[in-house]
Design a protein around this ligand. Structure first.
Ligand SMILES: NC(=O)C1=CN([C@@H]2O[C@H](COP(=O)(O)OP(=O)(O)OC[C@H]3O[C@@H](n4cnc5c(N)ncnc54)[C@H](OP(=O)(O)O)[C@@H]3O)[C@@H](O)[C@H]2O)C=CC1
Ligand SMILES: [Mg+2]
Length: 365
């Protein structure tokens, strides 16, 4: 083991230990300056693979080329949307009855999550159900060159779970060598003027290569059946906030989220018909470009099998093009016990797209 790898191992081991540590609210503790030393992504990946050596290999997923007529002289912007499954919810509340408890062990599941991020190396990472921000993702991802923001839910259900690691929330990371932060807003969503337990982060970034600005937002809407109108109201509030932040759709926009809503729901229709002129990127994987994938989450609870399309990457369809999108796992890869599993760390699949600015915006955004 080389010098670099030993240093890395100790960095990873530190985050492993911190999660198992003590009564202290570790999630409130800022990382020490040692964590700021850069990490080579390849070396961290090797460390993760060493921790995961008894697990089955990662599933192969390919990028589907969606190249349009729009030429681009700048490197694409790779965006990852992922509900990573809060550790406290996975172990304490979600009731994944077919998932062995050993598959949920944080020390290993953390490495599966990192492996997925390192495999695709997104420029921007939009996460939900993050309950290990301060002790894991912020220190490690900052050393990989990301700048992170975390906005916890005001009353996270994680806090009801014994030995929790703090509240879960949304997190947004971007690569500092590619973007400059222009503006950042933490939004507590309202529904019918009432404050709710759901949040969003919206940031305006400027691309260092092209000097073009765009807005990136991440959210996680209220879960469960019976809450469709509530989700719809939260979606309207988010759209209103994004109207303001994008100066009335002048700034191109990407919105990532676990909307907890199928495409048939009202909140989906609000986003699809908004004056922000948004399209859902993963529709482009379908033959006609009009259909969402058959699932983005697939699990078995005590109530039975839950296979749904709930996660989306919306984008300004006139200002941006989707150059490629990562295909989903097949039913065969997911396997009979569904997700999460020894192979895959969350009940939601990651969505990854490469975007480019259209060279000649037609003024409609
Ligand atoms: N202490 C207090 O005063 C308060 C406490 N709370 C706590 O928060 C909880 C509700 O918070 P809220 O933000 O509205 O949560 P949500 O209803 O939005 O769901 C919370 C999480 O539960 C997961 N989930 C969805 N469906 C199920 C299911 N059938 N079984 C198990 N888990 C599921 C969701 O995951 P996914 O998105 O992946 O589907 C989500 O991450 C309350 O039950 C309470 O525990 C809330 C308010 C006040
Ligand atoms: Mg969940």
């Amino acid at each position: 083991m080389g010098h670099g790898t030993s240093r890395l191992y100790s960095a990873l081991a530190k985050t492993l230990n911190s999660s198992t540590a003590s009564q202290h609210p570790e999630y409130l503790v800022s990382p020490d300056p040692e964590h700021l030393e850069p990490i080579d992504p390849k070396e961290l990946l090797e460390e993760c693979r060493a921790v995961l050596h008894t697990r089955p290999p990662r599933f192969q997923r390919d990028f589907v080329d969606l190249r349009t007529d729009h030429p681009s002289s700048h490197p694409p912007i790779r965006v990852m949307q992922w509900n990573i499954l809060a550790q406290a919810l996975g172990e304490g509340k979600d009731n994944f009855v077919q998932c062995p408890v050993e598959a949920l062990k944080w020390e290993e599941r953390k490495c599966l999550i990192l492996e997925e991020i390192l495999a695709y190396q997104p420029d921007i990472l939009c996460l939900q159900e993050v309950d290990h921000y301060f002790d894991t993702f912020q220190p490690l991802l900052s050393r990989l060159g990301y700048q992170g923001t975390f906005f916890p839910k005001p009353w996270s259900p994680c806090l009801d779970v014994e030995h929790n690691n703090g509240p879960d929330g949304c997190a947004l990371f971007f690569l500092q060598n590619r973007f400059k932060l222009v503006n950042s807003a933490n939004i507590r969503l309202t529904a019918m003027t009432l404050k709710t337990n759901q949040v969003a982060i919206a940031q305006t970034l400027e691309c260092k290569e092209s000097s073009r600005q765009f807005c990136i937002a991440v959210t996680h809407l209220k879960a469960r059946t019976g809450w469709e109108r509530f989700r719809s109201a939260q979606g309207c509030d988010l759209l209103q906030n994004l109207q303001n932040i994008t100066q009335g759709a002048k700034i191109p926009l990407i919105v990532c989220g676990d909307f907890n809503a199928e495409p048939t729901e009202e909140v989906y229709k609000h986003f699809a018909s908004s004056s922000l002129n948004l399209n859902s990127a993963y529709k482009l994987l379908s033959a006609d470009g009009q259909s969402e994938p058959p699932y983005t989450t697939w699990k078995i609870r005590t109530s039975g099998e839950c296979r749904h399309t709930l996660d989306y990457i919306w984008y300004s369809k006139h200002a941006l093009s989707v150059r490629s999108a990562l295909d989903l796992l097949t039913e065969e890869q997911i396997g009979p016990n569904r997700l999460p599993s020894f192979n895959y760390p969350s009940d939601h699949l990651s969505l990854v797209c490469d975007f480019s600015f259209n060279e000649e915006p037609d003024g409609l955004l």
